[in-house]
Design a protein around this ligand. Structure first.
Ligand code: ADP
Length: 459
């Protein structure tokens, strides 16, 4: 069986069962041994007390008196002389002779155990010598039937078996409850992930507190939310792409039809062809932007960060872009301290700045000025691109980095933006570990602040 609860249960059970068995065995042994020890020492103490009396009066009277006393007790006594001849006994018959074994070594004055095998032998036996240390005149043998000890141990065993059985049952129940409690949230989470894989993102998960399981549940929920968001974003994105592609294609198709089917003056023909070329350009720049984004998304594009001499890079860009600004009667001014370095990919940095300057041109009017200012700090450097164009309304500011977001939805084709420029800029900045911020005031101008690390070690 593959079930986790079953596996866990078996492991728990084997461990607890092993521990319980060991403890029961240990306790049982200790109890039995101490019980036997008690029986033996009380038997010996009894023998010693008879011995003490007999040591004082070793005569027929006292011997028969002791024997008579023991015949009423659960123990028995046999008194012998120094050679092993029985002088008195509490047993009814004399078959006891075979049990009277004297130890080979010298017998301790305080007596000694002769037989303690309570499992196999009919008696446990002790011996106490009568007399002084130098001269022994006889022996007191004490007997106790092992049957009574065996039945005592038998009863103890029964209690132990019952306790063992109850413990086993309780262990079983506890393990079932415990494994169920442990695996239930896991099973629920497994089901939830299965639902997520099937596209059902609104999953409910058990509350398991702040432990690892709780963390896992939270992560799964977060994953479901993220996947839901990504799915929605992908759908929106696809819808936007198809819309964006359809518009120029409609123009191209419409104007091509007109040019082909109608008898137009060469002036009109040129006008329509111009529109077709514009739309075709728009389409190709849209596809180019989409490719750029797709590359960043897939993380397949390489960022080669290096120490960039910023004033050098900006000077070259100024030279390259100034004609575009001049063409629209605008100006580009660069303020960058000499020997300003930062850690970035120069070609990506150029792409970022071109996109931002391109917007400055698009969204400013004749005579406006765009200013690039560089502010080096201790660990980072800011590149600030400020224009005095038309600005961005406050409500649109949080969205301008979104893909296909345009402030003027129904913008004239001459402005021709794809709504992907700033999305690309943001991705490129993030990919280099930098950050981008925007401030804008309607009819006043827009300022983008790019921040990059000054040196590689601190990235
Ligand atoms: P687009 O291709 O439309 O320019 P962008 O992603 O580059 O798309 O910009 C998103 C929107 O942000 C634009 O539609 C424009 O309205 C606004 N925007 C971006 N830069 C500027 C700017 N420098 N001045 C005014 N508006 C701007």
């Amino acid at each position: 069986m593959k079930k986790l609860s079953f596996k866990l249960g078996i492991v728990f059970f084997l461990i607890i069962f092993g521990l319980e068995t060991f403890m029961f065995f240990f306790l049982h042994n200790a109890l039995v041994n101490s019980r036997i020890e008690e029986e033996l020492s009380s038997l010996q103490a009894r023998g010693n007390s008879h011995r003490d009396i007999l040591a004082k009066h070793f005569d027929v009277n006292t011997i028969s008196h002791v024997a008579l006393m023991e015949s009423e007790a659960i123990t028995d006594v046999v008194i012998t002389d120094n050679f092993g001849t029985i002088l008195g006994s509490s047993f009814k018959n004399n078959q006891i002779q075979s049990y009277l074994k004297k130890p080979h070594s010298r017998i301790n004055a305080d007596g000694q155990i002769v037989e303690k095998d309570w499992k196999k032998k009919p008696y446990i036996i002790t011996i106490s010598p009568i007399g002084t240390t130098n001269e022994t005149i006889g022996y007191v043998y004490m007997f106790q039937k092992t049957a009574s000890i065996q039945s005592l141990i038998e009863r103890l065993n029964q209690h132990f078996s019952l306790a063992g059985l109850i413990a086993l049952l309780l262990t079983f129940i506890v393990i079932i409850i415990l494994t169920k409690a442990l695996t239930k949230p896991l099973v629920k989470m497994k089901e939830a992930t299965y639902q997520i894989s099937k596209g059902k993102f609104s999953v409910t998960l058990p509350k398991t507190g702040n432990d690892e399981l709780g963390e896992l549940a939270k992560s799964i929920k977060l994953l479901a939310q993220d996947l839901n968001y990504l799915k929605k974003e992908r759908n929106d994105f696809l819808a936007s792409i198809s819309h964006e592609l359809r518009t120029p294609l409609t123009y191209i198709k419409g104007y091509s039809d007109i040019v082909m089917t109608r008898n137009l003056t060469s002036k009109d023909q040129e006008k329509y062809l111009q529109i077709i070329v514009e739309e075709a350009n728009r389409l190709s720049s849209l596809i180019e932007d989409l490719f750029a984004l797709a590359k960043i998304d897939k993380n397949t594009f390489v960022i080669q960060k290096q120490k960039v001499l910023l004033n050098d890079l900006l000077k070259k860009m100024e030279l390259k872009l100034s004609p575009a600004f001049k063409e629209k009667n605008m100006s580009l001014v660069v303020h960058c301290p000499e020997r300003t370095y930062l850690y970035a990919d120069p070609s990506r940095l150029e792409q970022i700045i071109i996109n931002l300057l391109d917007n400055s041109i698009k969204y400013s009017s004749i005579g406006s000025e765009t200013l690039i200012t560089v502010t080096p700090r201790k660990k980072t450097t800011d590149i600030i691109i400020k224009d005095n164009g038309k600005g961005i309304p406050e409500k649109d500011l949080p969205n301008i980095f979104n893909r296909f977001y345009r402030v003027e939805k129904s913008r004239k084709r001459s402005l021709g933006g794809t709504g992907l420029g700033l999305a690309i800029v943001q991705e490129l900045v993030y990919a280099q570990g930098g950050s981008i911020n925007v401030h804008s005031k309607l009819n006043n101008g827009t300022t983008f602040t790019l921040t990059f690390h000054t040196n590689g070690a601190e990235k």
